[in-house]
Design a protein around this ligand. Structure first.
Ligand code: FSX
Ligand code: SF4
Ligand code: F3S
Length: 370
């Protein structure tokens, strides 16, 4: 247990690191970290959340709540009052359905509905049923009393893999069904847990949803393309491309565009926030971005197909490419990270959070980052 921390199992240091990252992501000044921390710790301010699962793989819940770093999942679960979640709750059968029914009526007009998975619409929606009700019925019933709906993952946002042609079940996203509620999409297959956490914290702090783009995604997380902050961008600008998986050009960290990278057409912050406590992301480990946050890219454009480049001009804060480094391996990563830190406040904030020392005995709490 973390001594001095409001959250059991989260050390004060990990908590402050997480709040620092959230502040940077939301574009708040560093001085507001304590406001973010206070919002996260406010017990009487916890929004009631009902979480429904439809057509999906549950990777979104796994990514959000079972993250390798316990602070994130714990914070998410402690910051909300989670009344119903089909894969997490202890109750089952009629007991579970009763708690859903009771929560809807006790919190009418005030709860947040989180939807994970696509909704099949063909043949009256019979292709997905939970508790005897179709996904379509549940979404309409539970959605009616919600203050806002968060569609988590690409399936709930746009239909995801289930909606790929010929789309035998008529799978669609939440926004194709519900038209009269604020809906926020947090796409990604799976999405980054920080994008969900920051959205909830924004709601708790400001009592409103963050600004969205035309696809309903929070601008703070999906306002820029992967390509703008990619650690391989310097290679793209210098025309150095990996030509085949396993080739020397691939091993040397060259740009993955010619292997089908969708980064130039994909809006997301993976290149800055990354996954697994900030250590890994697809392009960083050598796989092209497959555009998992984009409705027309994920599973709808062949992985090897190249996307069109609309803005070929180099991002102006990137460090110059030193061609003498050719073949030295890690140098490309260094140039990319330098450009990232120089060019983007969010990157700087996230990097700062990562640099906070873990202190003695990582996971316990013998010191304070404050
Ligand atoms: Fe979809 Fe989420 Fe991809 Fe899976 O639940 S966005 S298939 S990671 O898990 O909905
Ligand atoms: Fe990075 Fe892909 Fe852009 Fe290359 S094409 S710089 S790998 S995002
Ligand atoms: Fe998805 Fe591309 Fe990020 S595949 S996880 S948007 S790097």
């Amino acid at each position: 247990m973390g001594k001095g921390s409001f959250f059991p199992d989260v050390s004060r240091r990990d908590f402050i690191k997480t709040c620092l990252t959230v502040s940077a992501m939301l574009g708040l000044p560093a001085s507001m970290v304590s406001t973010v921390a206070a919002a996260a710790e406010k017990k009487d301010n916890r929004p009631t959340v009902i979480w429904l699962h439809f057509q999906e793989c549950t990777g979104c819940s796994e990514s959000l709540l079972r993250s390798s770093h316990p602070a994130l999942g714990t914070l998410i679960l402690d910051m909300i009052s989670l009344d119903y979640h089909e894969t997490l709750m202890a109750g089952s059968g009629h007991q579970a359905e009763k708690s859903l029914h009771d929560s809807i009526h006790a919190n009418k007009g005030k709860y947040i509905l989180v939807v994970e998975g696509a909704i099949p619409t063909k043949d009256n929606g019979i292709y997905c049923k939970v508790g005897g009700k179709t996904a379509l019925e549940s979404l309409r019933t539970v959605g009616e009393g919600a203050a806002a709906i968060i569609a988590v993952g690409t399936c709930a946002s746009y239909g995801g893999i289930q909606s790929v042609g010929p789309n035998p079940t008529g799978a669609v996203g939440v926004r194709d069904i519900i038209k009269d509620k604020p809906i926020i999409n947090i796409p990604g297959c799976p999405p980054n847990p920080y994008n969900f956490l920051s959205t909830v914290l924004h709601y708790v702090m400001f009592n409103k949803l963050p600004a969205l783009d035309q696809l309903g995604r929070p601008l703070f997380a999906y306002g820029r393309k992967i390509h703008e902050h990619c650690e391989r961008r310097a290679h793209f600008d210098a025309g150095r491309f990996a030509t085949a998986f396993g080739a020397a050009s691939h091993a040397e960290g060259y740009c993955l565009y010619k292997l089908g990278c969708k980064g130039p057409a994909t809006y997301a912050n993976c290149s800055v926030v990354r996954f697994n406590d900030g250590v890994a992301w697809p392009i960083g480990i050598g796989h092209p971005c497959i555009g998992c946050t984009e409705p027309e890219l994920l599973f709808k454009t062949a992985i090897a197909d190249k996307v069109q480049i609309h803005e070929p001009t180099p991002f102006d804060s990137y460090a110059p490419v030193d061609l003498k480094d050719k073949g030295k391996g890690p140098a490309p990563l260094t140039t990319g990270v330098m450009g990232l830190a120089a060019g983007a406040a969010i990157g700087a904030g996230v990097m700062m959070a990562r640099k906070l020392p873990d202190g003695p005995g990582k996971g316990d709490d013998h010191g304070s980052a404050e």
